[in-house]
Write a protein that binds this ligand. Structure first.
Ligand code: GDP
Length: 448
């Protein structure tokens, strides 16, 4: 269940700039969900592993006169009502105005957790406004420059602190607790690999524009569909909107776009062209997926054009092991987006890797594993002392993340961590997902 965070404040304090900074311009469009009033924008983000929907009330300002209309007031109240947390923005440069006072009152009355943000702190004139903000009696303001990105991490830290104590409301984001949540999937790959064709085929309707020109479609978009009764929310780096924008910079795959989709996704399908698989860009993207800790499936597309399929497959698998060692055993599936074959295999691989990515192993089993793995291959000595690995636990899944408590973590060679990673993969059947192992100094943290 996603948290809902409303950005409120009088016109021109920088609400949209902050929204764009948190959500990204492109996805601000994407998550413009149907049924919403056009008065506000919503965008989904992941903040320290928590899903949140950011609501921008700035759209209300359009066509506003000097005064703040009743409508804006009412809409802000409505947004607050539906939110778990409000970011109340004031302009530190102009200082606190009567309108700010009014919004402060609305915010206070809502009884919702609130973070006061003093924006536009880039200039020297802003110091006074910052002090005035204290006087609102809404706690310490976060000093921010949404425009330049200053203070954003402070803000996110505070958001995280506040949300840690809050249970998300039953928000209407189309998901309910008893329903299985839609898996968020992104399809990335070089232009012309066949991404749009795949999406069209999966959706069963011609919602994307495809064509022979490389990079015809642009922009990230999202769409929901189901496969074998399993909900999927698909992010694509190409455009779903009927009239795709054709821009000059469209030839190159934009890593920024890909990265944005990757961050939103839980599973990423990297689509490569069977004719020219694993060019530099493909590998760069595969690496990004692993770095971002997402589950990866490689779809080798246009398989219909390949002649010696068996030999090529063998070659591809071997190649994959070498080029993406971070995700050893990553599923490689062949597809023909054009003729519609291979989709079942692709989706099966997707669901499987998603399960592995979510998998947790008990602390007891991990410590049996650790003892055994260390027994078979001892860590080296450092400064004459053998490095001891004392305790292992898995604090997180998505991706599986482990903490190992170690006597001298800084001296443990990376090769040893890699050894443990490979053993983990084998022992608990964890192929193809990025595994994170953090070495911590100390003993078993649960034993004083
Ligand atoms: P995108 O840029 O990755 O979205 O690629 P498109 O989906 O626009 O596809 C680029 C071109 O490749 C189009 O002309 C498609 O018809 C063609 N194409 C896509 N998938 C296949 C496939 O599986 N086999 C063959 N032979 N052609 C394909």
């Amino acid at each position: 269940m996603a948290y809902r965070i409303a950005i409120i404040g009088r016109p021109n304090v920088g609400k949209s700039t902050l929204f764009n900074r948190l959500v990204g311009r492109k996805l601000a469009l994407v998550d413009d969900m149907p049924g919403l009033t056009r008065d506000r924008k919503e965008g989904k983000v992941t903040l320290s592993g928590r899903e949140a929907i950011i609501i921008d009330t700035a759209g209300l300002e359009e066509g506003e006169s000097q005064s703040i209309s009743e409508r804006m007031r009412a809409q802000s109240e409505a947004a607050l009502y539906e939110s778990d947390l409000a970011l109340f923005i004031v302009d530190a440069r102009t200082g606190i105005t009567p309108a700010d006072q009014m919004f402060a009152e609305i915010a206070r009355r809502s009884g919702k957790p609130l973070i006061l943000v003093a924006n536009k702190i880039e200039g020297r004139t802003s110091a006074e406004g910052l002090y005035e903000a204290y006087a609102l009696g809404l706690g310490d303001p976060i000093a921010l420059s949404a425009e330049h990105g200053r203070g954003v991490s402070d803000l996110l830290d505070r958001v995280e602190e506040v949300l840690a104590d809050v249970d998300p409301l039953e928000a209407d984001d189309g998901e309910s607790d008893d329903e299985e949540r839609a898996i968020r999937v992104a399809i990335v790959g070089r232009p012309n690999a066949g991404k749009s064709t795949l999406v069209n085929a999966l959706l069963g309707e011609d919602r994307m524009i495809t064509g022979p020109e490389a990079g015809l479609t642009r922009d990230s978009v999202a769409v929901d569909f189901a496969w074998n009764n399993r909900g999927i929310r698909l992010y694509d780096t190409a455009g779903l909107r009927k009239k795709a924008k054709v821009t000059g910079r469209a030839e190159q795959l934009s890593v920024g776009d890909a990265l944005r989709s990757i961050r939103f996704a839980e599973v990423v399908i990297l689509m490569v062209d069977a004719d020219r698989p694993f060019e530099k860009q493909d590998l760069a993207i595969g690496g990004l997926v692993a770095d971002e800790g997402r589950a990866l499936v490689i779809a080798v597309n246009k398989w219909d054009l390949v002649e010696d399929k068996q030999a090529r497959m063998k070659e591809l698998r071997a190649h994959c092991e070498n080029i993406l060692p971070q995700v050893k055993g990553v599923p490689v599936v062949t597809t023909s987006a054009l003729s519609g074959s291979g989709f079942d295999k692709l989706m099966t691989a997707l669901f499987e890797i998603y399960e592995l990515w979510n998998k947790r192993v008990s602390t007891a089993k991990l410590n049996d594993f650790l003892i055994d793995a260390v027994d078979r291959h001892q860590p080296p000595a450092s400064h004459g002392r053998r490095i001891k690995l004392r305790f292992m636990t898995q604090p997180n899944a998505r991706p599986p993340t482990f903490a190992i408590f170690c006597s001298q973590p800084d001296d443990l060679p990376r090769s040893y961590t890699r050894y443990l990673e490979n053993e983990l993969r084998k022992c608990f059947n964890w192929p193809g997902v990025p595994l994170r192992i953090n070495m911590r100094k100390g003993k078993n943290p649960y034993q004083p």
